[in-house]
Design a protein around this ligand. Sequence first.
Ligand code: ADP
Ligand code: MG
Length: 288
Amino acid sequence: MSKHNHLELSSVSMSFPVKGGEFLALDNVNLKIAEGEFVSLIGHSGCGKSTVLNIVAGLLEASRGGCLLDGKEVREPGPERAVVFQNHSLMPWLSAYENVELAVRQVFRKSMTRQQRREWVHHNLELVHMGHAAEKRPDELSGGMRQRVGIARALAMQPKVLLMDEPFGALDALTRAHLQDSLMEIQRDLNSTVIMITHDVDEAVLLSDRIVMMTNGPAATIGEVLPVNLPRPRDRVALADCPDYNQCRHAVLSFLYEKQKKVETLPRKQSSGEGQETSPSLRKTANG
Ligand SMILES: Nc1ncnc2c1ncn2[C@@H]1O[C@H](COP(=O)(O)OP(=O)(O)O)[C@@H](O)[C@H]1O
Ligand SMILES: [Mg+2]
């Protein structure tokens, strides 16, 4: 397929000023992403995934190198790059409807009538199955529901690029599965480009066209890139027995737990049966 370079990170390095000097978080990150591609970023906690995402979002400026979107340098946040954070970041005093409406008004104030905007907000709440709770405020919603509103808000902006930082990380397994399935559907329908950070190996394989695996920091960079050539639509149950699926899974697990094995500084857990079907979650502590 000859797709043009839609999104391009070139020679991105990022150092943060810290007490007594600089901390080089990222070193020479290079990545090209095609339009409509679904890319996951995976790597151990603290390796620099959020930093990469924030640079693409325009929330952080790279110390060296930069990010191009359709040939234009990213310098600041913009509605064509919507971000879904792990912790929803909704306005607490606004209802679900109003939270989405706020973003819709910013983007479509000139191109949609008030009535069109109203329908569009409802449409996007329906997409994430939140139509019934449109009038509820965030504190009246469960974590999963808030996260869905955050996703609806991002989708409603019709971004070229959807940036998701562990969007389902805090959710229970059933809600997560449901949202993963809706995300796959929505992404197929809209052909959006997605960069999603995850610590969940199964999630990465299920959703991605490519999995970008990052080395441990400091000076983290891209270690390996795994193409996931499983046909779509993908069905989680059917894939459980699929050799290709398991091979992808194995490749990611091996990268994370063999090649980039993290030396734990946390109290040791009893780790019997190492290397077999342990949780693929990278989260080691509650605050990750
Ligand atoms: N503003 C900052 N100042 C100093 N260090 C930072 C700052 N932001 C991130 N870091 C450091 O950069 C590294 C990468 O952070 P981050 O991108 O949040 O990792 P991840 O999302 O993979 O867990 C970490 O070591 C983190 O402590
Ligand atoms: Mg992070």
